[in-house]
Ligand binder design. Structure first.
Ligand code: GAL
Length: 523
């Protein structure tokens, strides 16, 4: 009798083992996203369109920057890129095939206004976006437009670019024209993509167009102009268009997660908190509260004073602008990619990166991508979402970018990208289901490989592989495209909870075996 019990137990245990092998890793949550959760892809005009001077398009700062030798890693340009200017119908087909609910793309300002101003309006440029929008809608894919994704018309740079507040009315005019011409069909508007990168990389480090190195003051001025421009575009929509169009306007702010190097060291903990406020808070704090975060105010004011300046390098919003900027959001767009570790470190020179007194590093065990700044640290995503919930009163969040880069050599079998998307969407799922973060959509970066700014074509972020040496720019789905297609269709990770069902089965086997044993012993 005992032998047959043991045999039965062993059989059951074997069966149990088989099932455990066939299901997802133990720490995966098996759950769905909320019913109204939406999935999409993002791209940006300069990175995919090409047609850099087609049909009267004007020159922008990225045209100028890439046409100047030495600025781009592989000396490439976005002159042709994915040639989406001529191939947008194929892009829509790919979106349809994967089952995207929406498509986030940006408008090339100089394609619509070749000089950056209303002096000349290009109907050809407007027609291009109308065709794209109409085709998306015909395929049941909602357009989500970013007004500004880094490609400023060159004539507006020639008057000083974003550090000059003279740009505010120009941006307002451009935004108005976009609402007028596309707003009958487009209901989701993002004013600016990652103003941090525009300001720091473009006007601080000089690594992006327009290539200006002026870290001490220019990025702060740039951010100030952009926040005011955003507020004008937001308010103007409500004054002039909302009643007829009933759309939503927000801004996309990028941020990593910043974790203390030593969680038991209070100054590291403070440094990490300061880093999130300097990064995400620089733009989001004004949008939610009408002023820069207190930590920024205290640190930059103090340093400016020590430098003998009679004014802080960090500007202030006056009463008027405070009320314009404060509350200028219907949703918060969030771009998130990675995490860094923080420790207290006194800044060595003046400028945003040093003003915060934080030293940054990465854990060498975190998986590396093809981009030196990007490591896979999925738990950081959930932590950032919870931080946003705590600090801004659980705002409605659209994740407007998240993604992974690899090199040419990887090709179509992009397993690390699949792993990244799995782990990051799992972390987001946990923040939504367990911590009730109000995240309503997720946008993968990117629909296809494209021109990766200063890195040219040397880093690939797409779920479609693009052959940049073939004039037809063919696109081929990678493994990650199939993965996201399934994820979108399932709206999450269906199935019974792996851990609990496995555990309960384990308990059933044990109790059954004990029952038989006791019965046998009692005779
Ligand atoms: C974001 C940016 C995108 C894309 C991505 C990957 O910062 O908005 O344009 O380049 O990073 O680096």
């Amino acid at each position: 009798m005992l032998n047959s019990c043991l045999f039965l137990g062993a059989l059951l245990l074997l069966g149990f083992g088989e099932e455990a092998k066939s299901v997802a890793p133990k720490n995966q949550i098996r759950a769905l996203f909320p019913d109204n959760f939406r999935w999409g892809f993002a791209t940006a005009s300069y990175q995919i369109e090409g047609g850099w001077d087609a049909d009267g398009k004007g020159e922008n700062i990225w045209d100028r920057f890439t046409h100047t030798p030495g600025n781009i890693a592989d000396n490439s340009t976005g002159d042709v890129a994915c040639d989406s200017y001529h191939n947008y119908a194929r892009d829509v087909e790919m979106l349809k095939d994967i089952g995207a609910d929406y498509y986030r793309f940006s408008l090339s300002w100089s394609r619509i206004l070749p000089n950056g101003t209303l002096a000349v309006v290009s109907e050809a440029g407007i027609a291009y976006y109308n065709n794209l929008i109409n085709l998306l809608i015909a395929n049941n894919i909602e357009p989500m437009i970013t007004l500004y994704h880094w490609d400023l018309p060159q004539p507006l740079q020639d008057i000083g670019g974003w550090p000059n507040e003279a740009l505010i009315p120009h941006f307002e005019n451009f935004a108005r024209l976009a609402y007028q011409r596309f707003g009958d069909r487009v209901k989701l508007w993002i004013t600016f993509n990652e103003a941090f990168v525009t300001c720091m990389h473009g006007y601080g480090y000089g690594k992006h167009a327009p290539g200006i190195s002026g870290e001490d003051t220019e990025p702060y001025k740039c951010a100030h102009t952009i926040l005011k421009s955003h507020a004008r575009a937001y308010r103007m929509y409500y004054d002039e268009f909302f009643q007829a169009q009933n759309g939503r306007v927000g801004i996309t702010i990028d941020s990593g997660w910043y974790a203390p190097l030593d969680p038991n060291n209070p100054s590291d903990v403070e440094a990490a908190e300061r880093a999130v406020r300097f990064k995400h808070g620089w733009f989001a704090w004004p949008v939610f509260y009408g002023h820069y975060p207190d930590e920024m105010r205290i640190f930059v004011d103090k340093k400016s004073e020590e430098e003998g300046l009679d004014q802080s390098r960090l500007p202030e919003f006056d009463r008027y602008w405070e009320t314009q900027v404060k509350g200028s959001w219907d949703f918060l767009g969030l771009n998130h990619y990675t995490t860094e570790l923080c420790t207290y470190k006194v800044g060595e020179y003046s400028g945003w990166s040093q003003d915060q007194d934080v030293g940054f590093s990465r854990d060498p065990t975190w998986p590396e991508s093809a981009s030196d700044w990007l490591r896979s640290v999925p738990w950081g995503f959930g932590n950032l979402l919870r931080w946003i919930k705590r600090n801004y009163g659980n705002p409605l969040v659209y994740v407007t970018e998240n993604g992974w880069s690899d090199s040419d050599a990887v090709g179509l079998e992009d397993d690390l990208r699949v792993e990244y998307y799995t782990n990051y969407t799992q972390s987001m799922l946990q923040a939504i289901t367990e911590d009730r973060c109000d995240v309503r959509s997720y946008t993968a970066w990117s629909l296809m490989d494209n021109f990766e700014w200063a890195r040219g074509y040397s880093e690939r972020f797409g779920v479609h592989w693009v052959n940049f040496t073939d004039p037809a720019r063919p696109r081929i789905p990678k493994k990650s495209a199939a993965f996201l297609k399934q994820l979108f269709a399932d709206n999450g990770y269906p199935g019974p909870d792996v851990n609990s069902s496995a555990e309960s089965k384990h308990w059933k086997i044990l109790s059954f075996t004990y029952f038989i044993l006791i019965k046998f012993m009692l005779g």
